[in-house]
Design a protein around this ligand. Structure first.
Ligand code: NDP
Length: 487
């Protein structure tokens, strides 16, 4: 052993003399008292934490957001408080459906989850590389994810299950069209946009509220993979996107995104032709132009994947003064669900893990639980209200303004009626040139063809309602005569 090597120890810190099993004679058996060996095996058995139910395969990096444009007229959020302000952040990219070992270059939506360590607490923006989602009613979420995972009997991913669900939920058409478009397989995490997707609210220092959406436009340019390129890449390397991101940052090629917002006033929301809180819809740029706010740069790889990436926990409920929720039903459900899954996956004190820990002071009356950090607030009072000196107190300046909901009726509203599920999907289709439309229809037919005939027919009706040409092309590729369908 050289002088430079630190001493090998047990987890309790005792020096270890030799790393070989303690046995009765050179041929064994092993002694029960070989506590060094037992400790190692017991720890090994507990190395894994439950993988995320969705977004299991991820890659992440640290970076910073630099503010380039003043938007304090809309929000009092501290990270936007002045041009030039820098906020440290951590961005985790992921695929959605695949398990932890899934290949990176699969056709799938990509997660784009950012934690901003602001001076007034962590703000987590848990987005995707698409501006919309497959569903608008949270009751469908668990069901939708089941269809993206494995069939309960065959344990295979199942095209009939996926298309059966989508054909029953035409609100998915917009996102399905993006998924099977050329942007369905990004060439790397650096070459795609990110979107907060949900509608959020901004509150300014006068307590005025506007609705907002968040966009991250890649400065590397959009680059995608065609199916044959992706298949070849996956055959050679399942970790292409992880490798690309990690190596680019190691080379000092720091990826950047233009951070933009869209703003809608409450008055505009009343008149908007779609529900502004419907996660299956975008706000057209012509009506709600992108306002550039800053530059997001990634510039540092994590040191330890498990500690920093696997244990990273993003919650849409991590909001800061000046940024709030909206009535979006999917967002409302995620406000609970994401924090809840981390309580299960990482544990009750997951916010104390360094990657999740706010950089500003945290003071409250939450205590104890598994793996509470060693200090656990020491001897400070663990109850409130109290009359003790120096204990944390709420401050009314951070109250959100009251939210006037008018006269509302509580009900289980049918989220499938009175919604236009087709215009925006059609608008996207009409943006594509002829060759892109053809590739889209070919890809869809390739997988829809594996579903039952009645599912194919239903789905063709949805495509046709978005754009007649869309339905016709997919039907042709499936060998279905649309004219016969109409009679
Ligand atoms: P615009 O022409 O102003 O914007 C079109 C948008 O579509 C751009 O943001 C562009 O991104 C993006 N885009 C281009 N190809 C694809 C693709 N294959 N998949 C996903 N996005 C793509 O139009 P509108 O704002 O009026 O929207 C028209 C349609 O564009 C919408 O129905 C929606 O499907 C799509 N879209 C709209 C967005 C919005 O927030 N308004 C955001 C993203 C998509 P880029 O500029 O990076 O090339």
């Amino acid at each position: 052993m050289s002088e430079k090597n630190p001493k090998l120890t047990t987890a309790d810190g005792a020096p270890i003399g030799r790393q070989q099993a303690l046995t009765a004679g050179p041929r064994g058996p092993v002694l029960m008292q070989d506590v060094q060996l037992l400790e190692q095996m017991q720890h090994f058995n507990r190395e894994r934490i439950p993988e995320r139910v969705v977004h299991a395969k991820g890659s992440a990096a640290y970076g910073k957001l630099t503010i380039t444009n003043d938007i304090t007229q809309y929000t009092k959020a501290d990270l936007f408080s002045k041009v030039g302000k820098e906020t440290e952040c951590f961005l985790r990219f992921s695929t959605v459906a695949g398990e932890r070992g899934a290949a990176d270059a699969e056709r799938d939506v990509r997660g784009f989850a950012i934690k901003f360590y602001t001076d007034q607490g962590n703000w987590d923006l848990v987005g995707n590389n698409t501006p919309v989602f497959f569903i608008r009613d949270p009751y469908k979420f668990a069901n939708f994810i089941h269809t993206q995972k494995r069939d309960p009997k065959t344990n295979l991913r199942d095209m009939d299950m996926q298309w059966d669900f989508w054909s029953q939920c035409p609100e998915s058409l917009h996102q399905v069209t993006i998924l099977f478009s050329d942007r369905g397989i990004p060439a790397s995490y650096r070459h795609m946009n990110g979107y907060g997707s949900h509608t959020y609210s901004f509150i300014n220092k006068n307590d005025e509220r506007v609705w907002c959406k968040f966009h991250f436009k890649t400065k590397q340019g959009i680059k995608n993979l065609m199916d044959d390129e992706a298949a070849k890449m996956i055959g050679e390397d399942r970790e292409t996107h992880q490798r690309d991101l990690f190596n680019a940052i190691e080379r000092g090629e720091f990826p950047e995104w233009r951070f933009c917002v869209q703003i809608m006033t409450e008055k505009q929301a009343d008149k908007f032709q779609w529900n502004p809180f419907d996660l299956t819809k975008v706000w057209p740029h012509a009506d709600f132009p992108l306002i550039e706010v800053g530059t997001l740069q990634l510039n540092r790889n994590p040191e330890n994947y498990h500690a920093e990436v696997e244990q990273a926990a993003f919650n849409p409920s991590a909001l800061v003064p000046g940024i709030g929720a909206s009535p979006d039903k999917m967002l409302q459900a995620r406000l609970m669900s994401y924090a809840d899954t981390h309580l299960y996956r990482v544990g009750v004190n997951y916010r104390q893990v360094p990657v999740n820990r706010p950089r500003c002071p945290v003071m409250n009356y939450e205590r104890d639980g598994a793996l509470a950090d060693a200090q656990n607030y020491g001897g400070k009072p663990n109850y409130w209200p109290n009359t003790r000196e120096g204990t944390p107190m709420p401050d009314e300046q951070f109250m959100d303004p009251a939210w006037n909901l008018g006269q509302v009726i509580v009900d289980r509203y049918d989220s499938t009626v009175d919604h236009d599920d087709f215009t925006q999907a059609g608008n996207l289709y009409r943006m594509f040139d002829d060759a892109h439309r053809d590739r889209l229809a070919t890809r869809i037919a390739g997988v829809l063809g594996q579903a039952r005939k009645e599912v194919q027919m239903l789905q063709i009706c949805h495509f046709s309602r978005a754009d007649e040409d869309y339905g016709r092309r997919v039907a042709e590729k499936l060998g279905i005569d649309v004219h016969a369908m109409q009679h």
